[in-house]
Design a protein around this ligand. Structure first.
Ligand code: HEM
Length: 367
């Protein structure tokens, strides 16, 4: 019995391998035709020191353990240029911090893998606890559809909470380390709002320096610092390939393309030689990125762009602006505690989850 089964098994394995081979070959030929048509050239490769790119994984784990992942990514892009290719465990992946490529990624048909089906059993709808407002139950009253409920929860919790919390923490982290900026901001608030009074969206709009402070904080510490998209079909990034790094780059179907707005926001050729410094005034000046219309539109992306741009952008900026003003009005003395460590911007330890937060927290002295 076992003997008659064995040849069948071998035969079906063989058919499987041959079919895969033919499929991969055809796919490679199709990709090559697309690459030729667009004049694609490979992006610079991040070199592996050990087989299978194990060293890359080691680097990532080590940087994560030292809370310095963003520094590592920044270093990779400085080594290769704004678009790179890397290979580990036999799989190619791509990375980019080039505005034109980000435009292509965010405006075209890339599929996002984001949502995990957990924590929501089918009988969860309507299961409220007495006297407690449970957002999920409230939404479930209008729809018991699991996908819709999951979407609502993800939208509000994942999208709206940590992102805004990080913006506020980094804002105060930077303000107490830059007392002259804090003083200028206080002055603007006192001039426009006095010590209290109504604080509407219209009043917030009349605080341009406050807007610059938030903008500059989100430039240096975009709440979502790194993200990826996976191609649903073979496509092309407009730039980054070849010796001059200006040729299009072929991205085969199923590839991951990572992009780091954190690293892009620190590019001196886009923001000036002092790109690493916290200087809200830069937003009133002419920056290098303004020389090119694509860069002007796609080099600053704390909320990303295109059809999946953050839906809470205006709300988040109003919320953060409101909290900053009210805290400054309520506490006339906010400063750096004497024993607090001061490091260069970007060198402090950070925690990376979906968002980037301050490892040691944001300590301030208030009176
Ligand atoms: C400073 C605060 C915030 C930042 C920096 C931020 C940033 C972002 C980014 C980068 C994305 C795109 C994620 C992706 O495409 O993978 C996003 C998506 C989203 N954000 Fe925000 N966000 C903030 C606050 C908020 C708030 C307060 C809300 C809602 C109350 C919100 C709602 C959303 C929603 C619904 C999406 C998904 C949009 C879609 O996929 O169509 N965000 N946000």
């Amino acid at each position: 019995m076992a003997l008659t089964f064995l040849p069948l098994l071998v035969l079906s394995c063989l058919v499987g391998v041959i079919t895969q081979y033919i499929y991969q070959r055809r796919k490679a030929q199709e990709d090559k035709a697309i690459a030729n048509h667009h004049g694609c050239l490979p992006a610079p490769r991040l070199q592996n020191q050990r087989p299978w790119g194990v060293d890359r994984l080691e680097q990532i784990f080590r940087a994560d353990a030292e809370s310095r992942l963003m520094e590592l990514f920044l270093f990779h892009f400085r080594q290769t240029g704004s678009t790179l290719e890397q290979k580990f465990l036999g799989t190619k992946a791509y990375g980019t911090i080039e505005p034109a490529n980000l435009e292509a990624i965010m405006s075209t048909k890339f599929k996002i893998y984001l949502i995990i089906d957990r924590n929501l059993s089918t009988d969860r709808a309507g299961d409220g606890q007495q006297g407690r407002y449970v957002f999920l139950d409230a939404v479930a009253k209008s729809s018991a559809d699991r996908a819709a409920l999951r979407g609502q929860i993800i939208n509000l919790l994942a999208a709206g909470r940590d992102t805004t919390a990080c913006l506020l923490s980094w804002t105060f982290f930077l303000l107490v380390r830059h007392p002259q900026v804090l003083a200028k901001l206080r002055e603007e608030i006192t001039t426009v709002c006095g010590d209290s009074g109504e604080l509407t969206r219209d009043v917030l709009k009349r605080l341009p320096y406050l807007q610059n402070v938030l903008k500059e904080t989100l430039r240096l510490y975009p709440s979502v610092p790194v993200n990826t998209r996976t191609t649903v079909r073979t496509t092309v990034l407009p730039t980054g390939g070849g010796p001059d790094r200006k040729s299009p780059v072929l991205i085969p179907k199923g590839s991951a393309v990572a992009f780091s707005v954190y690293s892009m926001h620190r590019r001196p050729d886009l923001y000036g030689m002092d790109a690493e410094l916290f200087r809200p005034e830069r937003w009133d000046e002419d920056m290098p990125m303004h020389k090119d219309p694509t860069n002007a539109k796609w080099a600053y992306l704390p909320f990303h762009g295109g059809p999946r741009i953050c839906l809470g952008m205006e709300f988040a900026l109003a919320e953060a602006g409101y909290v900053v003003v009210r805290l400054l009005q309520r506490f006339p003395h906010i400063k750096l505690p004497q024993d607090e460590k001061v490091e260069l911007v970007g060198v402090e330890q950070q925690v990376m989850t979906l968002v980037v937060s301050i490892k040691q927290g944001c300590r301030v002295e208030i009176r």
